[in-house]
Design a protein around this ligand. Structure first.
Ligand code: HAS
Length: 570
């Protein structure tokens, strides 16, 4: 692996560890994103097990019928907002932006197009985080991470989130400009798959976040400032979920980057099919937005036609993940067979003792469960029964808290040493952390999912009343709490490893980043990188799939989908 050559004056402050091939300027930038991400996660994580304990009949009974108090944040919904916002919005966004810079700079072997713009993006996001944090800590924003109307927060909450989004747009601009520079210098070459995926992710993200930006700027911020006195919750929910579903793929795609482009290197084999990977990323980019009505199946102000068509497209957006399962399954099997595995034994012939690999493989196993439960959610009839039950909580702890977060841990376990220039403090502890997370999340997800089938409600402070509506929930909520204990242990281990690596590790790092710097050996169709054409398709498909929903929400067209019926009932 050759070191990146400085190409301009600003890069002459060259790296302390040339073998690591990361420019010093980028290293600080990426490092600060990781730092903020993991500090935010440390607070967000702590709230998780306590949510589970508070819902557990066993814990409540042991405390004489009083639900356990939440740590730091006394109010249940405040703690739940901290948990959701810090884990699902702050940790992910800072991690993804930092990781995207790393992948782009390192994979394209060139400095970021503008380090100044990247720092401006960081400052915007950080100031946004402080504003949002102020609103939550001062108990003025108990609106959860899905912050649509009619719940209302202090204006600093919305302004903060708007700044985080604008900051992420600037960050996307830096990545696009770096890619454009590479494209100009490398005509006819296919860009490495990792950067292809990052570019697709940001195109999707910018399109999707327009919805929430409009919601915040035209509805929630004016309302919270008292500029307007009323708002329309249905339109607010429509704009939120235009953004809310693609948001989950914004989290997922960086994990896929690791599975597609880094895991094969860590396993010592090539990816089964690079072209199939590109198709999967394009499909995710196009189909992740026009499906969001599946979060609004029980809303009265949405037509049945919109619900059915978004439901059908939700099955389509699962297709790239099926392609991924096939592509990665073949790759992992190849690696297992190379290690002497046969028809079945390739499964345990993987390096399960390597925390970087184990994190990703365990993440994949959880994603099988998360994927199946997601497809069940997409079915209208099942959704009506499961929506707003703890089943959905089980689903997203298998996907986001399971597959995605475990993979981010696997990435952090090589990226933090690389940034610090020191080896991971202990492979054993890291491994214990990964497996406890895997087991704890399985227990938690199984408990939540099963209780949800029996109708256990999500987003309700069961511990406050000490009353459990159904005895059927009891064993499953207790199982979730047990999962919470295991996850608490895992979280402590995570910070022992990360903080220990940062401050106590003394051995210089030896490993290279597991990242490709070349495109595929075989040629891929130039069509794949015709971004203008894909963006046009995204605009047209969303105009078709969301336009009528929004018009109906705005009451421009009464009964657009159901002629003769009155407009949205609110
Ligand atoms: Fe979801 C609700 C449908 C994926 C996150 N989802 C949520 C919410 C969150 C979330 C946070 O249709 C709740 C939001 C809220 O608070 O209200 N979801 C889906 C579908 C998919 C899906 C169809 N979701 C995700 C991902 C998430 C995520 C990814 C986060 C990262 N979801 C829904 C629906 C709702 C919903 C409804 C609304 C529910 C309601 O009523 O409120 C699909 O994309 C899933 C496709 C995945 C697969 C699995 C592929 C498996 C792979 C692993 C391969 C394994 C290998 C084995 C190779 C088809 C790729 C390796 C071998 C070894 C030896 C290890």
């Amino acid at each position: 692996m050759e070191a990146v050559q400085p190409t301009s004056g600003r890069d002459s402050a060259y790296i302390r560890f040339p073998a690591l091939s990361m420019l010093q300027s980028e290293r600080s930038l990426i490092g600060i994103h990781m730092l903020i991400a993991f500090v935010a996660l440390s607070i967000g994580l702590l709230m998780g097990p306590f949510q589970a304990f508070r819902r557990s009949p066993f814990v409540t009974d042991a405390l004489g019928g009083q639900g356990i108090a939440m740590p730091i944040f006394s109010y249940y919904y405040q703690a739940l907002t901290v948990h959701g916002v810090l884990n699902a919005l702050v940790f992910t966004t800072f991690f993804i932006v930092g990781f995207s810079y790393f992948v782009t700079q390192r994979s394209l072997q060139r400095p970021l197009a503008s380090i100044t713009a990247a720092w401006i993006a960081f400052v915007l996001m950080f100031v946004g985080l402080l504003l949002t944090g102020y609103a939550i800590v001062s108990n003025q924003a108990n609106v959860l991470f899905t912050f649509y109307a009619p719940l209302l927060a202090h204006w600093t909450f919305y302004l903060g989130l708007a700044l985080v989004i604008v900051g992420s747009w600037v960050a996307a601009g830096v990545v696009f400009a770096t890619y454009a520079g590479w494209r100009k210098d490398n005509p006819g070459k296919a860009v490495p798959l990792a950067v292809f995926a990052i570019v697709a992710n940001y195109i999707m993200w910018i399109t999707a976040s327009l919805g929430v930006a409009i919601e915040v700027l035209t509805m929630l911020l004016p309302l919270s400032l008292g500029i307007v006195q009323t708002t329309d919750p249905q339109v607010s929910r429509i704009l939120f979920w235009f953004f809310g579903h693609p948001l989950v793929y914004f989290w997922l795609i960086p994990a896929y980057v690791s599975w597609y482009t880094m895991l094969p290197k860590q396993l010592g084999v090539g990816l089964f099919s690079d072209a199939m990977g590109r198709v999967a990323f394009l499909l995710l980019m196009i189909f992740s937005i026009p499906v969001g009505v599946h979060h609004l199946f029980v809303d009265p102000g949405i037509s049945e036609l919109a619900k059915v068509s978004h439901s059908l497209l939700t099955f389509v957006v699962a297709a790239p993940s099926f392609l991924t399962a096939f592509n990665l399954g073949a790759t992992i099997e190849k690696a297992g067979r190379k290690r002497g595995g046969s028809l079945i034994s390739w499964v345990w012939k993987q390096p399960w003792g390597n925390p970087l690999v184990a994190a990703q493989l365990c993440g994949m196993l959880l994603f099988i469960v998360g994927g199946i439960t997601g497809i069940m959610n997409a079915s209208f009839t099942l959704n009506v029964a499961l929506h707003n039950t703890t089943w959905v909580v089980g689903h997203f702890h298998m996907t986001l808290a399971g597959a995605v977060t475990l993979t981010y841990f696997g990435i952090a376990y090589w990226l933090v040493p690389l940034i610090r220039g020191r080896r991971l403090i202990s492979n054993r502890l890291a491994l214990a952390q990964i497996y406890t997370w895997f087991i704890g999340m399985l227990m938690f997800g199984a408990g939540m999912g099963r209780a949800g089938i029996d109708g256990a409600t999500r987003r309700t402070d069961l511990g406050a009343s000490g009353v459990y509506i159904s005895d059927l929930w009891v064993p499953w909520l207790n199982l979730s709490a047990l999962g919470g204990v295991v996850l608490l242990i895992s979280s402590i281990l995570l910070y022992v490893v990360l903080v220990g690596t940062w401050f106590r590790s003394t051995e210089p790092v030896e490993n290279e980043a597991p990242i490709e710097t070349e495109g595929p050996a075989s040629s891929t169709p130039a069509l794949f990188e015709r971004w203008g054409m894909w963006i046009a398709i995204i605009i047209i498909s969303n105009a078709i799939m969301w336009g009528p929903v929004l018009l109906q929400g705005l009451d421009f067209v009464n009964g657009f989908f159901v002629p003769g019926q009155p407009g949205a009932a609110r």
